[in-house]
Design a protein around this ligand. Structure first.
Ligand SMILES: C[S@@+](CC[C@H](N)C(=O)[O-])C[C@H]1O[C@@H](n2cnc3c(N)ncnc32)[C@H](O)[C@@H]1O
Length: 347
């Protein structure tokens, strides 16, 4: 219902920003960055996709699986670090519907495939995250050692697990491709476009929704999730590759971001503060912050955010070699927004 309202609002050029609790939003759907899935988000996912089984890659200490266990019939979770696996096994003892495995996630997906019956929900979260967490191999310059995401998606495809919904965590670290230029997020991670392409090889009916720091891929012929207008707009803005939207469509989506409210606006602001001074900030975080600041009439902050967009530096290449290439993102609309801001400030 809200989706069709949103579509007609865009068609009329009317600005609309809806963020309700009974909806998949562009907010923190975890208790914190790197924390557990929020149970209200999990309940919304279960109500929408009704999965038969949940597969988590990257168990960590098991607390996420334990927290969400009441909402699923069956959970499988895999952890590569022996130490963390043992810790999680103790934490999950007595939780009858959670099976925990020690191993490498892509191999575990292949191994489990024959017993994954019905609709499978994947929570792909296996990556090196410092301290005592595992790398998939010993080569610290190999992207595959840092994140298993490419091999996990390939394992889902190779094992014909078409009847699934996929959630991928930590999208703030994934890169983006615009006009054939790849802007890296965290050096080891693929671009969101690459991930979406791999998703469509699993199921050509997959569409994406960016729900805060999580990317959702679902079969649009089977499900019609209630996705907020801001989450849809951020998805379109993040997946824009220079060709897949007209200028008018892109500007309309960014108008929706500009008028984000409440928890969605807070998440955009938080994302900017966490990411902007990081080594490999994705320019979208600065752009979206600039947009919401414009929407609030905070022109000075809008100028600060937008000014950062064209001054992007790539520190690493995909082998983690220091390159420090300036890789500016120059698009005419950034200048258009800046001109608008300067007119308000009187510059
Ligand atoms: C961010 S933590 C997972 C957090 C957990 N899913 C949660 O929601 O609280 C990532 C975990 O993935 C594990 N890991 C890294 N590579 C892996 C692989 N190839 N297979 C399985 N686990 C892996 C790490 O040891 C780490 O514990």
């Amino acid at each position: 219902m809200k989706r069709s309202i949103y579509r007609s609002a865009l068609a009329c050029g009317v600005l609309l920003s809806i963020a309700t609790s009974n909806c998949l939003n562009f907010t923190s759907n975890k208790t914190q960055y790197g924390g557990f899935l929020r149970t209200d988000f999990v309940q919304e996912l279960v109500a929408t996709f009704n999965p038969d089984v949940f597969v988590e890659t990257g168990t960590f200490n098991g607390m996420n699986a334990k927290t969400i266990a009441p909402y699923f019939k069956q959970i499988h979770t895999v952890e590569l670090s022996r130490e963390l696996y043992e810790q999680a096994r103790s934490a999950l003892a007595g939780v009858p519907n959670v099976s925990i495995y020690w191993g490498n996630s892509p191999e575990l997906i292949a191994q489990l495939a024959p017993q994954l019956k019905g609709h499978v929900m994947f929570w792909l979260d296996a990556h090196y995250s410092g301290e005592n967490t595992a790398m998939s191999n010993d080569d610290t310059n190999d992207p595959e050692a840092i994140t298993s995401i490419r091999k996990e998606l390939k394992a889902i495809k190779d094992n014909n697990l078409t009847n699934c919904t996929i959630l991928i965590d930590d999208i703030r670290g994934f890169g983006t491709i615009v006009d054939d230029v790849e802007y890296l997020g965290c050096w080891a991670y693929p671009s969101v476009q690459e991930v979406y392409e791999m998703g469509k090889q699993i199921n050509p009916n997959f569409v994406c929704a960016l729900l805060g720091d999580i990317l959702l891929m679902y079969d649009a012929t089977k499900f019609s999730p209630n996705i907020s207008s801001v989450a849809q707009a951020c998805t379109e803005s993040r997946l824009y590759d220079g060709r897949n939207l007209s200028d008018d469509e892109l500007l309309m989506h960014e108008q929706v971001i500009m008028h984000a409210q409440g928890a969605e606006k807070d998440f955009i602001i938080d994302l900017y503060h966490r990411m902007t001074d990081w080594k490999d900030p994705m320019f979208h975080h600065d752009l979206w912050y600039g947009l919401v600041s414009m929407g609030s009439g905070d022109w000075q902050e809008a100028l600060v955010g937008l000014s950062k967009v064209p001054h992007r530096l790539e520190y690493f290449n995909k082998r983690r070699e220091t390159v420090s290439n300036p890789l500016p993102y120059n698009h005419w609309r950034i200048q258009k927004y800046m001109d608008e801001i300067k007119a308000h400030i009187g510059l």
